[in-house]
Design a protein around this ligand. Sequence first.
Ligand code: NAP
Length: 283
Amino acid sequence: MAAITLDGKAVAAKVREEVAADVAEIGSIGLTTVLVGDDPASDVYIRAKHKAATAVGITANDIRLPADIPQPELLDRLGTLNDDDAVDAILVQLPLPGHLDEARAIEAIHPDKDVDGFHPLNAGRLYLGRPALVPGTPLGIMRLLAEYEIETRGAHAVVVGRSAIVGKPIAHLLLQAHATVTICHSRTVDLQKHTLDADILVAAAGQLHLIGADMVKAGATVVDVGMNRTDEGLFGDVDPSAAEIAGHLTPVPGGVGPMTVAMLLKNAVTAARARRGLVSSAT
Ligand code: NAP
């Protein structure tokens, strides 16, 4: 029997409706994005984020900086945004041009305005189990699981990938949701042995069709984070044949992707609420 689709498009639409209601309640929310240089892919991402933000009533400000901006100047600009009371949320589009230190740029954003959840303080809070701003992709995965009532408590979750923006944060969120978590990576010996034992399998390796049907446990929930662009289109890390074995599966496209942007908007609400003292960012 074919797996049930975890419909990221539909759930993302629901999240956007919630955010629109939140924005109306709060009054106004300011999101500022910073794009350094003119990378075409980054330009597409920034436009998509602005369109999504504007559609839910968030005031989105698009700062474009020259590709050769010196590091101190970039840090200065971020400092100005930190001090600007009209700015609730700051996003620096990655990757930055090679001469700029991404880690320093992320650390220059005030943690309370760090809408991407990449700042070490926010990563540390997640590690400690008291998250504030969490990266949109893992947050979106958790929302998808909740929406389809996938049981995480006591489940064995296997995460393939250990990046700071997907693998590690989703592993922590699953752990916090009482799953038993295994993290696999490129040096894992016998990946199949681990994935076959997963009740929840998160594939975030960026390797086209890495996860075959023979690596999926019958009835498992499979979350495909991979975005592999080929001449034939966009494909995930999970081979389509896995749909015959899995119980639930996220499609690519239309699964995790739409959730990422929706949860970014949700994070802007979280940041705005915390800054206005409506909830504590430390809880
Ligand atoms: P990344 O930084 O390149 O990390 C990839 C991870 O996968 C690494 O930890 C790597 O292990 C591991 N890996 C690579 N090949 C492997 C293999 N053969 N077996 C087991 N593990 C392997 O990538 P990322 O930023 O986390 O993104 C992962 C994928 O998700 C990409 O396709 C990306 O485009 C996609 N993505 C999608 C969204 C979305 O919104 N849908 C958002 C973010 C990312 P090592 O650590 O040992 O190198």
